[in-house]
Design a binder for this molecule. Structure first.
Ligand SMILES: [Zn+2]
Ligand SMILES: [Zn+2]
Length: 268
């Protein structure tokens, strides 16, 4: 599928995505849609201009309702139960429409399914084989992400996505992550992340040796937090000189030598 992203004529564009990550979706309202069709011809035109409804099935196929009938499309095999495909072997308008809706982020790809973000409840598409609670793009974290602890304000680096629920993961002390008083305000059902404190990492000249940094990340004591206790700290270009950063609770972060702003008292 090489279609560029297109905005369907009949509704607002979907939230955009970071490649390969779950992302927020439109609510589950499936109605007939059309797409701008100017400049297209034949089946490509009809795939866009004709009102159709596309519904994903559990097995990765799609039901397409059009004025001419209701058909089932296998997007991976590019087959459809309509006469145009089944008899003539054409890449019919239904197959094309499914491809357009997948490309536009309106329906999940065959290897995705609709999930609900454990933090905000937003609908999104995530890989079928992804276990554990799901997180939307806004609430997910990747290893290497700089985040801030909502409880203490401390700067942390995400080192692992544990993925299992906070009421299923035990810390080194043998307690469930959800049992900690400081995690009471966060959902027991949220996936857990392992982090290290930025202040525990080497600062200044020592960091210029990348190997030192990697070793420190590996050897630093890890802490387990539920997803929404961590807020992403966005670094913008130019922040090396100590510019403002952070989307929710902004604080000073002067590149890689910071993280010493009173965090000692927040360690507990
Ligand atoms: Zn068809
Ligand atoms: Zn979310």
């Amino acid at each position: 599928m090489t279609h560029t992203r297109n905005t369907p004529a009949s509704e607002a564009p979907p939230a955009d995505t970071r490649a390969g990550r779950p992302h927020l979706r439109q609510p589950r309202v499936r109605r007939q849609r059309t797409f701008p069709a100017e400049g297209y011809e034949g089946r490509a035109y009809r795939a866009r201009a004709e009102p159709m409804t596309v519904r994903p099935l559990r097995d990765g196929r799609y039901v397409v309702e059009s004025e001419g009938g209701t058909y089932v499309v296998d997007a991976e095999r590019e087959t459809c139960t309509c006469p145009d495909s089944a008899i003539r072997g054409a890449r019919c308008k239904h197959i094309r429409r499914v491809a357009i809706e997948i490309e536009s982020g309106l329906v999940p790809a065959p290897d995705e399914r609709e999930r609900v973000c454990a933090v905000c409840g937003g609908l999104m598409f995530a890989p079928v084989d992804q276990d554990g609670p799901a997180l939307c793009d806004r609430h997910d974290h990747d290893p290497g992400d700089l985040v801030r602890d909502r409880e203490t304000g401390a700067l942390l680096v995400v080192v692992d996505r544990i993925g299992d629920r906070a009421d299923e993961v035990r810390t080194g002390e043998g307690r469930l992550v959800s049992e900690y008083e400081t995690n009471a305000a966060y959902g027991d059902h949220e996936p857990v992340f392992a982090v290290v404190y930025v202040e525990s990492l080497p600062a200044g000249d020592a960091v210029d040796d990348f190997g030192t940094w990697v070793d420190a990340l590996r050897d630093s004591r890890r802490y387990l937090f539920p997803a929404s206790r961590l807020t992403r700290v966005e670094l913008r270009a130019g922040d090396e000189e100590g510019g403002k950063s952070g989307e929710a609770d902004a604080g000073p972060y002067s590149g890689r030598t910071s993280g010493t702003t009173g965090a000692e008292t927040q360690r507990a």
